[in-house]
Design a protein. Structure first.
Length: 158
């Protein structure tokens, strides 16, 4: 694969990270604004039909139980986590897209920390989504490392 194609993949992956970061910020902000009672009402409305058909539906009963047990402290934590996580990633994405030298190692460190946290969370949740996210993060890290080498070589040539 040639360097131009790798750079295109790098740019696309960074843009996807940026889009995901914006979704996190919007989601975290919405979570901060919406009351826990409203969350229970929304989940109740979404699961009601399924629970009428099957009162023991695994997904619906667990979603409803999670919503009912969702404390204000937990909601605040997730809202803060999503907004801060998204804001950090947006800053790094902007730095990477502008070829700022500091953004490459900073992104590698931050993604490494996110991967460590995702592995920790996976040990409790066993969520397949965490595996997919971790694999994507590892690929992005490889692309960032590759691009960082190119940028550093370009700077030393100038």
């Amino acid at each position: 694969m040639n360097e131009h194609r790798i750079h295109q993949i790098f740019t696309a992956s960074i843009l996807l990270k940026g889009a995901h970061a914006l979704i996190e910020i919007v989601g975290g902000t919405a979570l901060a604004i919406i009351s826990t009672d409203s969350i229970v009402r929304i989940v109740n409305a979404v699961t009601q039909t399924e629970l009428i058909q099957d009162p023991h539906d695994f997904v619906a009963t667990h979603l409803l139980a999670m919503a009912r047990d969702f404390s204000v402290q937990t909601k605040s934590f997730y809202a803060f986590y999503l907004v801060s996580h998204g804001a950090i990633k947006v800053g790094l994405v902007i730095g990477l897209l502008r070829n700022k030298l500091w953004a490459y190692p900073a992104s590698l460190v931050v993604l490494g920390l996110f991967i460590a946290y995702q592995a920790y969370r996976f040990s409790y949740t066993h969520g397949a989504g965490l595996i997919v996210l971790t694999i994507f993060d590892l690929i992005v890290m490889l692309l960032i490392w590759h691009e960082y080498g190119l940028v550093r070589r370009h700077i030393s040539v100038d």
